[in-house]
Ligand binder design. Structure first.
Ligand SMILES: [Fe+2]
Ligand SMILES: [Fe+2]
Length: 371
């Protein structure tokens, strides 16, 4: 049973897209990620940790389930060794190996590590009720949802989404929890793939903003975006949400109690803001695998208060801000590049513009010299 702690608070430490792999024992990227985990656990002393999907490659689970289980145990060791429970969700890559049941079983088998299927068969959707300090009153609900993998019809959408039967399970379960509690319980959602409404935290970039803008994802790739007014944090790439909207966000609005949703999936974004009164927060990777934001890899700490469980405070903190030194990043990214993706985007565009100007100068010179 999850309860508010003796200070009347409930702290959650969130880690996006760790993307750990089978070579983790010898790879400095793993130890860099664990440095961040340890530093954040020591600083924030959360009541739970949440892994926001794309946690550990599941190919290993298909080949050697015991090695996969050991990998997860090592991944979660910083939290588990401190007695802090871990709640994990499935990202698209957890589905890659096609052994979802074995993946869920591996997580479930570890002490203090959670992932299970409470709802639609085979989907890793589950929830936890958060109770008052004395355990007598339900105060909030935490939802851990499975946003599936790629869409089965790529002409419809690149990424899949939370399916209609999963949304129905969420609504029915939420309604019965509220009925039992005699009130609308504030809800907090943890989900890997963001809902399309995340684009409402962005706006189209003006032409002079192009160097610091990002390209939209897939069907929106013809549009460049920057953060809209009121959006906080870093926009490092166009959010990779589904290309069609199946109404999940509208369902949250209908329930009346969803306060915030926290997403993974985009490795470079850590922006957040309110859409129709619901806080949407994007988490960049807290690891150093796949494509990353280097020293700007970060964690988010979210704290609920028992006196007002529908409100929260949140802190975003980056690897560099903990004063950590990376072993896996090269000397340039480790020492100079404090905002890696921003600098890379900017430098790439400056270099591109310089190349075009140089080419034009050569052509003009050639024409006049030739004439
Ligand atoms: Fe990912
Ligand atoms: Fe992902």
């Amino acid at each position: 049973m999850l309860r508010f702690n003796e200070n009347g608070k409930f702290g959650m430490l969130l880690f996006g897209d760790l993307h750990e792999k089978r070579d983790y024992k010898t790879n400095p990227k793993f130890s860099d990620m664990q440095k961040l985990m340890n530093a954040a656990l020591d600083e924030f002393r959360p009541d739970i940790c949440v892994l926001l999907g794309d946690n550990f490659g599941t190919g290993l689970c298909a080949e050697d389930p015991e090695a996969f289980r050991q990998g997860l145990a090592d991944l979660c060791a910083p939290a588990v060794s401190r007695g802090i429970p871990v709640y994990a969700i499935m990202g698209n890559h957890e589905h890659d190996a096609g052994v979802d049941e074995a993946v869920i079983a591996a997580y479930e088998s570890l002490p203090l590590v959670n992932m299970r299927s409470d709802g639609v068969e085979g989907k890793a959707d589950y929830y936890e009720v958060l109770y008052s300090r004395d355990g007598s009153e339900p105060e909030a609900v935490l939802w851990f949802l499975d946003s599936n993998n790629l869409h089965e019809d790529q002409s419809v959408s690149k990424y899949d989404f939370v399916h209609t039967d999963q949304i129905e399970w969420f609504e029915n379960t939420y309604n019965s929890l509220n009925e039992k509690a005699g009130k609308v319980l504030p809800s907090y959602i943890f989900q890997h793939t963001p809902v399309p409404e995340e684009y409402r935290l962005l706006r189209k970039a003006k032409i002079w903003e192009y160097p610091v803008s990002v390209k939209g994802h897939n069907t929106l790739s013809g549009i460049r975006y920057v953060g809209a007014k009121g959006t906080e944090g870093y926009v490092g790439e166009g959010p990779c949400s589904p290309d069609v909207n199946n109404g999940q966000f509208e369902s949250w609005k209908k329930t009346g109690g969803v306060k915030a949703a926290f997403f993974g999936h985009d490795h470079l974004n850590d922006f957040s803001g309110y859409v129709d009164g619901i806080f949407l927060a994007q988490h960049k990777t807290a690891g150093f695998r796949a494509y990353t934001d280097g020293c700007r890899s970060c964690v988010r700490y979210v704290e609920l208060s028992e006196d007002s469980p529908g409100t929260f405070r949140q802190v975003l903190k980056h690897f560099k801000e903990f004063g950590l030194k990376s072993e896996s990043l090269g000397p340039v990214f480790r020492t100079i590049n404090d905002r890696q993706s921003m600098a890379l985007h900017f430098c790439a565009r400056v270099a591109g513009a310089a190349a075009v100007i140089a080419a034009a100068a050569v052509i003009i010179h050639h024409i006049f010299a030739g004439g």
